[in-house]
Design a protein around this ligand. Structure first.
Ligand code: 26W
Length: 820
């Protein structure tokens, strides 16, 4: 250890000198961060080259995880934890008069994702590496990640996220692997003696340049690779135009190309069918597939064996164009016949669905698609025709059904249908969601192809969300059950034996209190907000979406305010309500809900009757990094989506693992949290999926009846329009009021807030009352951690592997052994 420490000091000082020409005294904070990071990176790179070489040599199968988003967050401290060098680095930095926490703050979050889907992809890379499965994540090197959220004048303001401004020490450019991606143009078909030849004319090219980012799991020699593609023009500056003085024309082509990897679209669960987004998807999937094909060809000389060496996971439908792209390359460039090419694709691709919201299902306009990707369109058309033929055999004469299931219809291409038609496996992300896609969303497909469908419950990496984010709790657990659980999730179960150990439970709550103080300090420092660690921290943190029902939560806060206003001596538990959520910039109602939360905060926090009992705070710019501070501090985890609509949720798992008690609906993975933790350590309320389905089917739900019959609902809702709330820039809350009682197109309260309000109120009271029984609460909190093992991403990845990928099973044979 001592030796390690000295070596680390030497490395950091050496990096400062050789990379920046600085001594420690002269260096800026940024240079110190970078030198520290570079020294960590060296330790990863040594393993990286070896591991990749070994994997190819041994003919191991590799998974390509294709995803438009990877919400990685910061890497520095996470990598130290995973390399098991945390203490050594801390000591080395301390010797140098430095503090790791300050250095960590210099790193910009890699915010290349919106929410759950992107963070899941990041957690998966950690587990893939830890379990030593060869894996490459493929995505886009967005120059700007998800916008930064500022709260100005009572509302959300978006600021761009220039995360690469100061460079990125983790990435390594690979100009040797650059490929060309072609858009637009026309397709000419020529019959020759060798069959049909495709000639693509008048296309425009964009170069795809890969940047690799090593992802090191825990105690492993097999880092995963995150490969991010960056777009640039094929020709630098067009000198033809430049020399004639037409400067703007000269830079035009370049700008068109580079805009592709400029910015991450900030919409979550809402698709708008924009051409630039399609360009982004084709860009990174085409580049990834081209790379895979050419590498395989170089090593094995034969592409028939592709499915033996690669499996491709499509993370929601965004990367679906990868499927026709592979078929295109095999047909047009490699001379395969249709059946062979199609067969290879269908053995390689699998699809994960992450949402059943109809507004999130991707459909592309045929005219737009054909203009941008004429050849890929032709291929999808053939897939569609053949698929219709197959469906005709399964559902003879049932044109209505076939029309619903086919890929191209109503001048649109339905990407989910394309995935289901071709992919080997289609999975949902929790057991409930898996059942819903089989019985509702994709029912006709399930009846036709029952073996394709399965549910694999999401997971989170407990290295980041426990070992890194909650070091005190980790140390406590290590003291009692040893460090084995960090690599072996099944050892979480050992915590169960401690649930009657009062010393352990008291220490557990002491750690919780420390984390609550840490959050209070963070809020004071970053937003100048004071919160009291001796109150209950009741946290609702996730993307802002109507179905996630932040509005239900804040209406209930208004109700508690009303209770105290009516009787200042009423028994109301002291609670700090903590919200954290970004709204898509164009999602007006979501932004209204943020405005409402901030306005309610102003009312409640400043009223002398309530300010010592209730406090409403909104954490600015919810991100991976501030989630790491927020989640370990929570007492109550709000998971209150309308039943049937949250595919899984992963925040719910992070809170649980850190000892927060869930207050939630029977939705997504909450159902499995309930099963794991048992009814005595969770608070469940509200309509269930079938109740909602019934009301939807029969159109029986009348929210105005709840308004009329429940005085608490009425009084809370009336606050939105009676002038009680502070109003800025003349913006009212009547739209929200209206949406609940009258709605758009006669659909009032689409997410059943008023239906669930009464049940939520009762359950909230049970929950806060339970908190007052300290002995019982500490048992519940610790039980949540103890039962959270199955939500480790290692379990999830093992399941993907057993049921879908089948990595590690290949024995190299002499005929197709690698040639490197
Ligand atoms: C712009 C279109 C669009 C459509 C869907 C953008 C992003 C999406 C994602 C699929 C939305 C998403 O992140 N879904 C979440 O995926 C998580 C990981 O599986 C689940 O835990 C969440 O329940 C689900 O909402």
């Amino acid at each position: 250890m001592e030796q390690n420490k000295e070596k680390i000091k030497e490395d950091i000082l050496g990096k400062l000198k050789r990379h920046f020409g600085k001594t420690l005294e002269e260096a800026t904070k940024d240079q110190i961060y970078k030198s520290t990071a570079l020294s960590v990176r060296d330790r990863i790179l040594e393993k990286w080259t070896d591991a990749n070489r070994q994997a190819v040599l041994q003919g191991q199968k590799r998974v390509y995880y294709l995803s438009a988003e990877f919400l990685m967050g910061r890497a520095l401290v996470n990598n130290m934890v995973n390399l098991q060098l945390m203490q050594e680095y801390q000591d080395a930095l301390c010797d140098l008069g430095l503090n790791l926490a300050d250095i960590e703050e210099q790193e910009h979050d890699a915010g290349l994702g919106n929410g759950g889907l992107g963070r899941l992809a990041a957690c998966f890379l950690d587990s893939l590496s830890t379990l030593e499965f060869p894996a490459t994540g493929c995505s886009i090197r967005y120059e700007y990640g998800l916008f930064k959220q500022r709260l100005v004048d009572g509302e959300q303001v978006e600021v761009n996220d220039n995360w690469l401004e100061k460079g990125n020490v983790w990435e390594i450019a690979r100009p040797e692997d650059e490929v060309e991606v072609r858009f637009g143009g026309q397709i000419e078909e020529n019959w020759t003696a060798d069959g049909l030849k495709i000639n693509h004319r008048n296309y425009y090219s964009v170069m795809a340049m890969p940047y690799d980012y090593p992802v090191i799991g825990y105690d492993t020699d097999m880092p995963a690779t995150l490969r991010l593609w960056s777009a640039r023009a094929k020709t630098g500056l067009d000198m033809h135009y430049f020399n004639r003085g037409d400067y703007s024309r000269a830079v035009q082509e370049r700008e068109i190309a580079e805009i592709i990897s400029k910015v991450l679209y900030p919409e979550d669960n809402h698709e708008q069918g924009r051409m630039l987004r399609l360009r982004q998807f084709y860009f990174f999937t085409s580049a990834s597939i081209q790379h895979m094909v050419s590498k395989h060809k170089a090593v094995f000389g034969d592409l028939h064996t592709l499915p033996k060496y690669f499996t491709l996971q499509i993370n929601d439908t965004h990367p679906t164009v990868a499927i026709p792209e592979l078929i295109r390359i095999l047909l047009d460039e490699e001379g395969f016949g249709w059946d062979e090419a199609y067969d290879i694709a269908s053995r390689m691709f699998n699809y994960t669905n992450h949402t059943i919201l109809s507004e999130a299902l991707e459909r592309w306009n045929v005219d737009m698609f054909r203009e941008l990707l004429p050849r890929v369109y032709q291929i999808i058309k053939v897939i569609d025709e053949k698929f219709v033929g197959k469906l005709w055999e399964i559902y003879p004469g049932d044109w209505d059904r076939i029309n619903k299931m086919r890929i191209i219809a109503d001048n649109e291409i339905r990407m989910a249908n394309l995935c289901i038609a071709v992919c080997g496996k289609v999975n949902g992300v929790s057991q409930l969601h898996g059942e819903i896609i089989k019985s509702q969303t994709f029912r006709d497909f399930y009846v036709a192809f029952p073996d394709k469908f399965l549910g694999i419950t999401n997971g989170i990496t407990h290295r980041r969300w426990l070992a890194k984010a909650n070091q005190d709790l980790t140390n406590l657990l290590v003291d009692h059950i040893g460090p084995g659980f960090i690599k072996d999730w099944e050892q979480f179960d050992r915590i169960k034996d401690l649930l009657d150990n009062q010393n352990f439970l008291n220490d557990f709550m002491e750690v919780k209190h420390k984390n609550k103080v840490r959050l209070a300090d963070f809020l004071k420092r970053t937003q100048n907000i004071e919160i009291n660690p001796d109150t209950i921290y009741d946290v609702h943190a996730k993307r802002l979406h109507e179905y996630k029902r932040q509005l239900l939560k804040i209406l209930h806060v208004i109700h508690l305010y009303n209770v105290l206003k009516e009787n200042p001596h009423a028994h109301v538990a002291p609670v700090t309500f903590i919200f954290a959520a970004k709204a898509a910039p164009g999602y007006v109602r979501a932004k209204d809900i943020i405005r409402l939360i901030l306005a309610v905060g102003e009312m409640v926090n400043n009223d002398p009757v309530t300010r010592d009992i209730l406090k409403v705070v909104f954490i600015e710019n919810y991100s991976v990094s501030n989630a790491e501070i927020l989640i370990p501090a929570a007492d109550i985890s709000e998971q209150i989506s309308t039943a049937g609509l949250e595919a899984s949720g992963t925040g719910n798992m992070k809170f649980m693992m850190n000892g927060a008690v869930t207050l939630g609906t029977m939705d997504g993975a909450n159902v499995e949290i309930y099963d794991a933790v048992g009814p005595d350590a969770i608070f469940i309320f509200g309509a269930q999926t079938e109740d909602i389905a019934k009301m939807e089917r029969f159109g029986t739900y009348k929210p105005s009846e709840y308004y009329e019959q429940n005085v608490n609902i009425r009084n809370a809702l009336n606050r939105l329009i009676d002038g009680s709330l502070p109003v800025r820039n003349d913006k009212q809350f009547s739209d929200l009021y209206h949406s609940l009682l009258f709605g758009d197109y006669n659909r009032a309260d689409k997410y059943y807030l008023l239906y669930d309000f009464g049940s939520y109120d009762q359950t909230y009271l049970n929950c806060t009352n339970a908190y007052e029984n300290k002995d019982h609460w500490k048992y519940m909190a610790a039980k949540n951690t103890a039962c959270s093992g199955i939500f480790c991403a290692d379990r999830t990845i093992q399941e993907y592997n057993d049921k879908i990928w089948h990595l590690h099973e290949l024995e190299p044979t002499p005929q197709d052994g690698p040639n490197i």
